[in-house]
Design a protein around this ligand. Structure first.
Ligand SMILES: [Zn+2]
Length: 233
């Protein structure tokens, strides 16, 4: 497809699996480039649950295409290429170079494809200033742009509490403080669950509208954790 549009394609293999980069050069190639990312790998498919063989790419009489990975994320790679094809056909030239990256191991965490590629000189030479990754496939002509819809939030915590002899029951122990935190986490989780279930499908507005509430919960949660009495244990 890249050749059809007249775009050069490079395949890099700094890790075990190949990373594919299709480049549309801009009129100011010295500017930081834009990367549009999608992935070529897919999760497994159990054929028994499929109406059509999952790796056949069959198209039925309605024009629906069946195949594991068509939405996650072959459709995205196609959208990127088609968008560029349209721009080229309409004689549009962008200032910035666009790189379409199709990476091999997103579903497995990227350690044998994207991760070594990011550390390589090949990636540095692309001079990427901004990147967009996979999002939602839309059944209509309305496309949704989302950001940070789900992110990991990892914390390391140490709890300090009052120690003492096993024959007595101490107060203000580390475990009690841990329990306080867990209560907060469960409370926060329930609240998030309510927010999600009260939002209509694709209604990202109301989800974002409650984000301040979420943040205050987070800082309250962290505030409690920060209070330690510095005793042994
Ligand atoms: Zn994906």
């Amino acid at each position: 497809m890249a050749a059809e549009i007249g775009l050069p394609i490079s395949v890099y293999r700094p890790g075990r699996y190949p990373v594919c980069i299709i480049t549309w050069q801009g009129s100011c190639p010295e500017l930081p480039s834009i990367m549009l990312n999608s992935h070529s790998d897919v999760v497994t498919a159990e054929e028994v649950y499929w109406s059509h063989p999952p790796f056949s790419g069959e198209i039925d009489e309605n024009g629906d295409l069946f195949g594991r990975g068509t939405q996650d994320t072959k459709s995205l790679s196609i959208q990127h290429l088609e968008a560029i094809r349209n721009l080229i056909n309409n004689k549009v030239t962008l200032e910035r170079t666009i790189h379409i990256s199709i990476i091999p191991d997103e579903e497995r965490g990227g350690s044998e494809g994207m991760k070594p590629f990011l550390k390589s000189q090949y990636f540095k030479r692309l001079n990427v200033g901004f990147a967009l990754d996979e999002g939602l496939t839309s059944p209509t002509n309305t496309m949704f742009a989302t950001y940070q819809d789900k992110r990991p939030w990892q914390l390391n915590m140490t709890f300090y509490g009052q120690g003492g002899h096993g024959s007595s029951i101490q107060t203000s122990t580390a475990v009690e403080k841990l329990q306080l935190l867990l209560d907060q986490v469960i409370h926060f989780r329930r609240e998030q669950s309510q927010i999600m279930s009260s939002s209509k499908a694709y209604d990202f507005g109301s989800f974002n509208g409650d984000s301040n509430k979420c943040n205050s919960q987070q800082s309250e949660c962290c505030g409690r954790v920060a209070v330690t009495n510095g005793a042994s244990h």
